[in-house]
Design a protein around this ligand. Structure first.
Ligand code: OGA
Ligand code: MN
Length: 299
């Protein structure tokens, strides 16, 4: 049996952003034809959903490795002294659980840091070579809340007027993980942690290589625009963010246990929605590495 790709209507008249793929068990060795069909779906849609999967951490890593080299989790660089729950450094622990598998204390540092996933962002834009594809797998999900929302940055770019598009040409934004955390007043990082992830430049508009479509590249990590007074750059970023997360561009994913969701960080933003954080939500992510800094890629 071969895979079936079914477009999801994410907003009225929009069925080119999210799709569902069925007819495949991702725990089994991936056939080249299926790999290629999945990649084609990712390039076309940006968000791809698989239901009813049963994956170990090793199987999730193995699957992701078919789509590019894997980014080791930056969380570990930021939290060097705490006990980590999961052994494999390729997995980012997106759960609200501590090193012993217990729900994080309200004031736990990792919980405060993790809350920044509630801000619109794209994964690892704060690293010189940013993230490409993120693959998030649901082990345990709460009964209520905790959706993940996605914003279509190609559609958001397309909807800008010609003068705005022109004014954005060649602009470069600075990204730092500590800028997104700072917005929530989460600032207690050691000098070593701060030094491990210095701010990096990324293009504000880039061409998505798999579709050759132009896309905005925004995130809560972006603090200002190179060569512009900081307030002007920050206001521009705020205006673009506000534009890009309007309802026509946004899709909410309601999690079921066993879902694997892939999104393309090069042309989307996402954020977590609130839930009762005394309940367990155990999601684990593997992210592939982009080929180079956006500055070295097509504008
Ligand atoms: C992530 C992320 C959002 C969520 O895994 O990168 O931002 O809903 N997750 O947990
Ligand atoms: Mn994320």
């Amino acid at each position: 049996m071969s895979i079936t790709v079914t477009p999801t209507q994410s907003a009225p008249n929009r069925s080119d952003f999210v799709c569902e793929i069925s007819g495949i068990d991702l725990a089994q060795p991936l056939k080249p034809a299926d790999r290629d069909a999945i990649e084609e779906a990712i390039n076309r849609y940006a968000v791809v959903v698989f239901h009813d999967q049963k994956l170990t951490d090793a199987q999730q890593i193995e699957f992701a490795g078919h789509f590019g080299p894997i980014h080791s989790s930056a969380q570990r660089a930021r939290h060097q002294s705490i006990k980590h729950r999961l052994e494999r450094t390729e997995i980012a622990d997106i759960s609200n659980l501590d090193g012993d598998g217990k729900v994080l204390d309200v004031n736990a540092r990792r919980r405060l840091d993790w809350l920044a996933n509630r801000l619109w962002h794209t994964d690892a834009s704060f690293r010189a070579i940013p993230g490409a594809l993120s693959m998030l797998y649901a082990h345990v999900v709460p009964d209520e809340g905790g959706d993940t929302e996605f914003a279509d940055m190609r559609a958001a770019y397309d909807a800008l007027d010609a003068a705005t598009k022109k004014s954005l040409e060649g602009l470069v934004a600075m990204h730092s993980i500590f800028h997104s955390r700072g917005q929530l007043d989460v600032t207690k990082y050691t000098p070593e942690e701060l030094a491990s992830l210095p701010p990096v430049p990324q293009r504000l508009v880039r061409t998505h290589p798999g579709s050759h479509r132009k896309t905005l590249y925004l995130a809560a990590h972006a603090s200002h625009i190179e060569g512009m007074p900081i307030p002007d750059g920050r206001l521009l970023l705020m205006d673009l963010m506000e534009h890009a997360v309007k309802p026509p561009f946004v899709h909410a994913h309601r999690w079921r246990q066993g879902d694997l969701v892939i999104w393309d960080n090069r042309c989307t933003m996402h954020r977590a929605r609130p839930f009762d954080t005394t309940k367990v939500r155990d999601l684990r992510r593997v992210t592939t590495r982009d080929v180079a800094s956006t500055l070295e890629q097509a504008a």
